[in-house]
Design a protein around this ligand. Structure first.
Ligand SMILES: *[C@@H]1O[C@H](CO)[C@@H](O)[C@H](O)[C@H]1NC(C)=O
Length: 243
């Protein structure tokens, strides 16, 4: 059993047209994306245009830098010149890229003609800090990410209201609405112990930015149709399949 169920649309077009909102004069094509930005707007553009913007943003991204942040240091208890106790956080990389598909509707099969699909499922996405040790080391990593990057590693988003966005599913294909969030990945390590031979605890933080449009609250990225002639539908971004 799959979670959303598969609906074969035979005469769905007429039914959807009847409920179409005036805010959404037309359904988007398979090659159009809705860009959910930070400034409370939603911009519709051609997928290739968005891909170009994305490519440009990635080349403008500053190269990974190493930042050392001194958090605390105490004078060595035992006077050993080669062992100075300190705790630091080293940032190794900071990149932003398009995340895997997040399904935002069930899958519809447009077997009997073109069909429309809209966002219909609630979904959550959360910042995620991966670090093996808990306790103080994890607290230090969280504090640095909060203070230096303004990222709360515990934030969760759940899409609020459904939007008026609609997508055309090409005839004879299966399709669903997916969100492809922009994810910012910060990799680093907490260094503790003697400064010339510190213990290194690596961490990875995946984080998202809030974005909203009218009464739709979600994360920055694009919302698009993911379609396929086969079922299950292969992910349009990332590995896997929607079923
Ligand atoms: C989605 O539909 C378009 C238009 O029919 C088609 O060109 C494209 O190959 C489809 N995508 C996939 C992954 O099958």
């Amino acid at each position: 059993m799959h979670s959303f169920g598969l609906v074969i649309a035979l005469a769905l077009q007429a039914a959807c047209l009847a409920t179409a909102s005036p805010l959404s004069p037309r359904a988007l094509k398979f090659d159009e994306v809705a860009v959910v930005g930070l400034d409370g707007r939603m911009v519709i553009m051609h997928a290739s245009e968005y891909n170009q913007l994305e490519a440009r943003r990635q080349t403008l991204e500053s190269p990974p830098k190493t930042v050392r942040r001194q958090l605390e240091s105490s004078p060595p208890k035992m006077r050993r010149q080669d062992c100075y106790q300190s705790t630091e956080v080293k940032i190794i990389s900071d990149t932003t890229f398009t995340d895997s598909d997040v399904a935002m509707s069930g899958i519809l099969g447009a077997q009997g003609g073109a069909a429309f699909i809209t966002i219909s499922t609630r979904h959550s996405i959360a910042n995620n800090l991966k670090i093996k040790t808990g306790g103080l080391i994890k607290k230090i990593a969280k504090a640095v990410l909060r203070d230096a990057y303004k990222i709360d590693s515990d934030t969760t988003w759940t899409n609020t209201q459904t939007t008026t966005l609609r997508f055309d599913i090409p005839e004879g294909q299966y399709g669903l609405v997916v969100s492809q969030p922009l994810v910012r990945r910060i990799e680093g390590a907490v260094l503790s112990g003697c400064s010339d031979a510190p213990n290194q605890e690596p961490f990875t933080l995946d984080s998202y930015s809030s974005a909203s449009f009218e009464d739709f609250g979600w994360v920055e990225g694009v919302i698009r149709l993911c379609n396929s002639t086969t079922y299950p539908v292969p992910y349009c971004s990332g590995e896997g399949s929607h079923e």
